[in-house]
Design a protein around this ligand. Structure first.
Ligand code: NAG
Ligand code: NAG
Ligand code: NAG
Ligand code: NAG
Length: 433
């Protein structure tokens, strides 16, 4: 019984998220046909929005004046056990006691609510989608012929196998669909929206302390994705992603014949630095910098040395169609709309070249944007873990009492505290298996 009720709540949350995503993409259509002829040159995107928290970032997003806004996931924090947290105060105590307040209680009330919603266009589109497939993957095409932008929204959860299974993320039906989408009519730009990071494999350098959900955890699926893009010979493809509670830009140069970018914006309200008091922000930044990454785009214009951004942020894509070649400016911006990290890409760079830089790499050589994190020398790959255990060991030995060790304690306790805070932070996000 409890299970049935819980399922109903999930249905409500999923419905909400779906309708949200249908609105978000401009009331689009689940077809590959262009449904918006107007030229699109400004797209914003975001993820991880706690619906009960203040969301001042929208001022900056509105000021950016995007023509399209893409919700990438975690649009609603619905995965809380008790609905009262989401829909209002409890009337009574005890699990599920307050349910009648939120679920229509009588047949009449149910019919009344259904009549309101059933005439809404988003509802009929939703029903159409639900009737024809499992999952909420879809695509939209904007812009006039020659300057079209195709936005492919993947569903990385519905069909996903358990983490560490190296099973599937998309499931076979969605793979078939994606293949058709990528081999379908060409578009100048193709944005593949994945709720989870595609290029960065943070788990390889944060494990065994903690692991994240990402394409990196499913190496076979990830290879299949890159292979599919390569085989489709589609140019102008890049990824956007969310989920991790910080902003990051990564690129992978060694698979499809051109640089595959992944621009991560996370989150609109949820951000790693917000979870620790302001005096410790520098520690979070230090740890972000200390954690090795082979794919991260490190530029002079980054606000912090780590080239990640741990405060609330949104993604902003600007396309200068009149430039020759067409120029893209992609940024992760803060609540004031000021870029914290960014990258300028010329569309001509996103065209397959015949050279494959992977082939020129010798054994043991490591190349930025090409070598996988798991191939780093162990001392580099595990340096976050090493720091963590040294700190713990330092604390232990310092209890022995020598002055020198006490000094060491002070040096290490701080770092250990920071590592523990960040560790707990990720634990709280339930990113562990
Ligand atoms: C969606 O596209 C189909 C065919 O491409 C069209 O018949 C239908 O009217 C469209 N629906 C909306 C809501 O735009
Ligand atoms: C969401 O925001 C509310 C209000 O600020 C806060 O009480 C709650 O803990 C937040 N939830 C999450 C998952 O961060
Ligand atoms: C990502 O890291 C995990 C954990 O170390 C590892 O199992 C996986 O093979 C890595 N994936 C890739 C693509 O390197
Ligand atoms: C991108 O180019 C603009 C000028 O169009 C410049 O202001 C900005 O700093 C550049 N961003 C990066 C990350 O290089």
């Amino acid at each position: 019984m409890d299970g049935v009720k819980r399922w109903r709540w999930w249905a409500v949350f999923i419905l909400g998220a779906l309708i949200g995503s249908q609105f978000a993409c401009g009331g689009g259509n689940d077809s590959t046909k262009a449904n918006h002829e107007a030229l699109v040159s400004r797209i914003a995107f975001g993820s991880c929005a706690n619906q009960t928290a203040p969301q001042p970032i929208w001022d900056a997003i509105i000021k950016f004046d995007p023509q399209v806004f893409i919700w990438m996931g975690d649009n609603i924090y619905g995965d809380i056990k008790r609905p009262s947290k989401m829909f209002g105060k409890e009337r009574t105590i005890g699990p599920w006691k307050n349910v009648p307040r939120f679920v229509p209680t009588s047949q009449d009330e149910m019919n009344f609510k259904y009549h309101i919603i059933k005439n809404h266009p988003a509802y009929s589109r939703l029903r159409h989608n639900l009737n024809t497939k499992a999952g909420i993957y879809t695509s939209y095409t904007f812009g006039p012929v020659g300057r079209q932008i195709k936005i492919i929204l993947l569903d990385t959860r519905y069909h996903r196998d358990p983490l560490s299974s190296d099973g599937t993320i998309l499931g076979s039906t969605q793979w078939t669909w994606l293949e058709k989408e990528l081999n379908g009519p060409s578009s100048a730009i193709t944005i593949i929206v994945s709720s989870i990071q595609v290029i960065s494999n943070l788990s390889a350098t944060t494990g065994p302390l903690f692991y994240m959900e990402s394409w990196g955890r499913f190496p076979k699926e990830r290879d299949r994705l890159f292979q599919l893009i390569a085989d489709s010979k589609r140019n102008g493809v890049f990824f956007i992603s969310g989920d991790v509670h910080f902003g990051e830009i990564t690129r992978y140069d060694c698979d499809v014949g051109y640089a595959l970018y992944d621009i991560t914006s996370s989150g609109l309200t949820q951000a790693v630095e917000k979870a620790v008091p302001a005096p410790f922000h520098f520690v979070v930044r230090f740890l972000a910098w200390w954690t090795p990454s082979t794919m991260r785009v490190i530029g002079k214009n980054c606000r912090h040395r780590s080239c990640t951004y741990g405060q609330p942020n949104f993604g902003a894509i600007e396309i200068d169609w009149d430039a020759t070649p067409v120029a893209l400016k992609i940024e992760v911006r803060d609540t004031d709309g000021i870029p914290a990290i960014g990258v300028n890409i010329s569309l001509s760079e996103l065209q397959a070249q015949s050279v494959n830089s992977a082939a020129t790499l010798r054994v043991g050589e490591h190349q930025k944007h090409c070598s996988l994190e798991v191939d780093l020398p162990w001392i580099v790959r595990y340096r976050l873990t090493i720091l963590f255990y040294f700190s713990v060991a330092g604390m232990f030995f310092s209890t022995l009492g020598s002055i020198f060790l006490k000094f060491l304690l002070f040096a290490l306790v701080g770092l250990n505290f920071a590592a523990a805070v960040v560790f707990r932070l990720f634990l709280r996000k339930c990113k562990l298996d």
